[in-house]
Design a protein around this ligand. Structure first.
Ligand code: AMP
Ligand code: ZN
Length: 112
């Protein structure tokens, strides 16, 4: 297995875990871009948003419904940004789908 986030999901590589259930895990980004920056990652290996299909509908909905409660638990009070970087132009550097949640400061738009 040669995937960083699969290795984190299997606990072969440690992370600062903030949440885990049978489908997903959430852990702090190692290079935070905001006072609060964590990643929500399915345990199932899916390369990117381009590989998501209808079999994943429940999983994606689960992730989206989880994010507000995790944001609140992490102390975010004035809103937050959810980011999925897809593919090289999208800025994806880890080939296992993940959703960034950033908060604790005002976000810029456009993101650049
Ligand atoms: P992306 O560029 O959207 O693929 O995001 C990958 C993110 O994973 C980056 O924000 C990295 O800082 C983060 N990252 C890389 N390695 C680790 C790690 N071992 N633990 C936590 N976050 C990581
Ligand atoms: Zn993986």
């Amino acid at each position: 297995m040669d995937c960083l986030f699969c290795s984190i999901a299997s606990k072969d590589i440690p992370s600062q875990l903030i949440y885990e259930d049978e489908l997903v895990m959430a852990f702090r980004d190692i290079n935070p871009q905001a006072p609060v920056h964590f990643l929500v990652v399915p345990k199932l290996h899916i390369h990117s948003l381009d590989q998501v299909n209808e079999a994943h509908d429940g999983l994606i909905a689960h992730i989206m419904r989880l994010i507000p409660s995790l944001a609140s638990e992490q102390g975010i009070v004035n809103g937050y940004r959810v980011v999925n970087n897809c593919g090289s132009d999208g800025g994806q550097t880890v080939g296992h789908i993940h959703f960034h949640v950033l908060g604790g400061r005002e976000m810029l738009w456009p993101p650049g």
